[in-house]
Design a protein. Structure first.
Length: 206
């Protein structure tokens, strides 16, 4: 976008009223401020700074309004909403719905990989050389049993949002857990690759 030149000369600061500056674009205000600073007109500089601050604030609010807002709830409540009551609400990341036997699992959103026309997420892998100690915990062993139960079948996935800790699996310990997205339910297949279990969905048929 081309920005029109904003003329400013020494001694004409009284011509630059608030109303006149408000009609300028953000880029033009910045240009006017630079010219006023160069020519030593502090009143105009101060007015530009004030109005630019409001312009940035308004732009930030508009951007936030356009951004999709996720409704996040706790992991236990997200499972309850799918008809699953966890064995241990504090540590369980998967469960079985008694009404139809469907396995429901939570998956760390940032761990979802995309490619080959679909998505996948590692559900469980063995604790080789101490790299995944969570796999040997009660919650990890529970996840393994649920992976075996759902192998080759349909399962449901809930996406967990948060910030992970370096060197730790989020299922074990995370820096922050914001919650589970209530509006997104992933329908996937559990696949076994070597000793690992993966969730896969949206893949193209061979």
């Amino acid at each position: 976008m081309q920005v029109r030149n904003v003329p400013f000369k020494r001694g004409n600061s009284q011509d630059w009223t608030r109303e006149r500056i408000e009609r300028l674009t953000k880029q033009e205000m910045e240009q006017l401020r630079a010219n006023a600073e160069r020519l030593g007109e502090p009143a105009v500089v101060e007015l530009c700074v004030e109005l630019l601050k409001h312009a940035r604030s308004a732009a930030g609010k508009a951007k936030a309004a356009r951004a999709p807002q996720r409704k996040l709830i706790s992991r236990a409540k997200a499972f309850e909403a799918r008809g699953v009551f966890l064995q241990d609400p504090r540590s369980s990341w998967s469960g079985v719905r008694k009404t139809d036997g469907m396995v429901v699992m939570t998956m760390w959103h940032a761990a979802v990989e995309s490619g080959e026309g679909g998505c996948r997420c590692l559900l469980w892998a063995p604790n080789v050389d101490g790299a995944r100690p969570w796999s040997d915990t009660p919650a990890g062993r529970e996840r393994l049993e649920h992976c075996k139960l759902a192998l080759g079948k349909d399962a449901e996935g809930l996406l967990v949002y948060g910030e992970s800790l370096e060197g730790r699996l989020p299922e074990d310990k995370a820096s922050t857990i914001h919650g589970v997205d209530t509006d997104t339910i992933v329908r996937f297949k559990v696949e076994k690759r070597g000793e690992e279990y993966w969730a896969a969905w949206g893949m193209k048929s061979a």
